[in-house]
Design a protein. Structure first.
Length: 179
């Protein structure tokens, strides 16, 4: 077996990406402080054809060299919008018909592997601060919370890892529902 060359990967141009049908998810970053995590989220959003990324509160916005370092140009392809308050992003998303999901450990969180997705639903996935998680006021405004099952001592994953796991799982479930 041999590795594929970049020319063999069938990569979309930025124009093709912008015109492509997107997966029905908006990733909402609630007060993310690490510029590298923000860049990684953009790269994941590009890789999975996500509708967009909403940056809220202290979350930095492009252009920034430390975001670019991990985003590798995906801030040019992925739609993004900044909100001073996450509550304002939620209000807009609700108006646009999105189900609001906090990815957080709560009393009533649904384990990711147990969560069923609606075939024609649109979803806003909220990921929180690296230490404090999703702010309680944001959790209060969410329709539900989902949690990534974990089995070790930490029960804490890096936010960019969490985004990758949740988005991959939900896209897989979306594709199964639509076929």
């Amino acid at each position: 077996m041999r590795k594929l060359k970049n020319a063999e990967l069938n990569r979309k141009s930025i124009g093709e990406f912008k015109k492509a049908k997107k997966n029905p998810f908006i990733i909402v970053l609630d007060n993310i402080r690490s510029l590298n995590n923000i860049g990684s989220v953009f790269r994941t959003a590009d890789g999975f054809l996500i509708e967009g990324v909403y940056l809220c509160g202290i979350t930095a916005t492009p252009p920034h060299k430390d975001i670019h370092k991990t985003a590798l140009g995906s801030t040019d392809s992925v739609y993004w919008k900044y909100f001073n308050k996450t509550a304002d992003a939620i209000k807009q998303l609700r108006k646009d018909g999105y189900k609001i999901i906090s990815v957080e450990q709560t009393e009533k969180s649904i384990m990711l592997n147990d969560y069923s997705i609606e075939s024609n639903g649109k979803y806003a996935l909220i990921f929180g601060h690296e230490i404090k998680g999703v702010d309680q006021s944001v959790v209060n405004e969410s329709d539900l919370s989902i949690e990534i099952p974990q089995f070790g001592t930490k029960h804490s994953l890096n936010i960019s890892v969490s985004v990758g796991i949740v988005v991959w799982d939900l896209i897989k479930k979306t594709k199964k529902k639509r076929t």
